[in-house]
Design a protein around this ligand. Structure first.
Ligand SMILES: Cc1ncc(COP(=O)(O)O)c(C=O)c1O
Length: 458
């Protein structure tokens, strides 16, 4: 089993802007100026219509641009401008519009486009069986849901039923979805502030993030955070589940021993371990599932996003067989629970990941990208840290004595000008999640664009 790569850190920890957790501001002056300079009147008119009809919220409406097409590694806006998409909302492991997924969806829509509850269907059974086969350990019972937040909700309910306890421990800064139950276990102010009471018993601990560690571990995690997690398990005494992202998409990448230690702590204190790999499943980290890097088997594993092949909203909760304990309780009950089109898309996506060797590809291309990003870090003083696992990569920027979040946004808009899109996490981390089907040339050209964008900005 490979060792997860150690973070390459240039400087120490710093405070984070909790309100900039999942992306750049959609109401900044920088964005407005970029739009005026780069978008034509038709697009600006459509953006105004979008603003007029959609409820405004952070990270979406008002929107950046109008997309007309997507294919492979690229989005295309309404006037035909191509954008290499290193964001993709983490749905594009197999690229956009993979022909095999499109064909599977088409075929399925022609025969059985929907399946009402109380019936099952062949694609749903095949998908459940396939996930049981490829998942680590004994995660051989599943429930599907139309989105990751819903699947997290099912996991929380099942954990209560199975443990007879309602408390959870999860991580500050984590994201598990936008619904009330998911934000209760999530740890981001953007989703939690000013909303009133959340689920009782939702305890939080610091994540394994050496750059922002309250235990001041410095550049390398010394597992004090895992010790503290066990301390809370012991003090509370009746925690039903620990819920966490195996690898946070920011990314922060725990050291190998972290999950081993947490797994042992859960076992000692009778808590279930629920790992959320909604954005990072199906090969992104260089393994089919991120927990395979750590040699741990969770009691429940939640996946989603790219599971629907970048076409259909699909998520799944996979649980150990012995957790099948609630036959008279509605754990999920979602209308599209066994949607045959979604299941056909997922089966096709998994087949593509397997036959095109996308996990191996992610490991290989990710190592190359990390090397190139480290080279950038050596040349650009504003890069404080680069880290990655497979094709989940982060470049953290710091403006010495200045506004680091503003610097990150300026780099983003300079990159967008050259046709590269990515996400900014936690205000200052340029988060790069390309499709796993990306060519080496596309990957190199994206890093060249990033290099140039930092050069003109910093
Ligand atoms: C780690 C993680 N968990 C849960 C979710 C929620 O998934 P969905 O948006 O499909 O509800 C997300 C979405 O970004 C995520 O990144």
């Amino acid at each position: 089993m490979s060792e997860p790569p150690a973070p390459r850190t240039k400087s120490g920890s710093k405070a984070r802007d909790g309100l900039r957790s999942e992306g750049e501001s959609n109401r900044s002056e920088l964005r407005r100026m970029w739009q005026q300079a780069h978008l034509n009147d038709e697009i600006l008119g459509l953006l105004r219509e979008d603003e007029n009809y959609f409820l405004h919220q952070s990270l979406s409406s008002p929107c950046l641009d109008v997309i007309a097409k997507c294919r492979g590694s690229y989005l295309e806006n309404l006037e035909g401008k191509r954008i290499l998409d290193f964001h993709g909302n983490s749905v594009h492991q197999v690229g956009f519009g993979h022909p095999k997924v499109v064909e599977a969806v088409r075929r399925q829509m022609r025969s059985l486009p929907f399946c009402p509850r109380r019936y099952t269907n062949q694609p749903a059974i095949q998908l459940a069986k396939k996930l049981a086969e490829i998942s680590p350990g004994d995660l051989s019972k599943v429930l599907f849901a139309p989105g990751g937040s819903a699947a997290i909700g099912i996991a929380l309910k099942l954990a209560r039923m199975a443990s007879g306890r309602f408390k959870t421990i999860s991580m500050w800064d984590a994201f598990h979805g936008a619904s009330l139950d998911a934000i209760s276990v999530g740890g981001e102010a953007l989703f939690r502030r000013d909303i009133g009471p959340l689920l009782p018993g939702s305890e939080h601990v610091p994540p394994p993030d050496p750059r922002n560690c309250p235990f001041e571990c410095g550049s390398a995690c010394n597992l004090k955070c895992a010790d503290y997690l066990e301390y809370v398990l012991e003090k509370e005494g009746d925690v039903g589940a620990v819920v966490a992202e195996t690898v946070r998409s920011t990314p922060y990448i725990p050291p190998r021993d972290y999950w081993m230690q947490v797994r042992r702590a859960c076992d000692r204190h009778g808590a279930l371990l629920i790992l959320d790999e909604i954005p990072n499943c199906l090969g992104r980290t260089g393994k089919m599932f991120a927990c395979e890097h750590y040699g741990v088997e969770p009691d429940m594993l939640v996946i989603g996003k790219g599971l629907g092949g970048g076409i259909f909203p699909m998520a799944a909760l996979m649980a150990r067989r012995e957790l099948d304990i609630a036959p008279d309780f509605a754990l999920g009950h979602y209308t599209h629970e066994k949607n045959p089109v979604g299941c056909a898309a997922a089966l096709a996506a998994i087949e593509v990941v397997e036959t095109e060797g996308l996990a191996e590809r992610a490991a290989e291309l990710g190592a190359h990208a990390l090397e190139r990003l480290s080279d950038l870090a050596a040349r650009h003083t504003v890069i404080a840290d680069v880290r990655g696992i497979g094709l989940l990569l982060g470049v953290e920027v710091e403006a010495p004595g200045g506004d680091s979040a503003l610097l990150a946004e300026r780099i983003l808009y300079a990159a967008l000008e050259q046709g590269l899109s990515f996400k900014i996490s936690m205000g200052t981390i340029l988060t790069l999640t390309p499709p796993l089907t990306i060519t080496a040339e596309e990957l190199d050209s994206a890093i060249d664009i990033l290099d140039a964008a930092i050069t003109v900005t910093a």
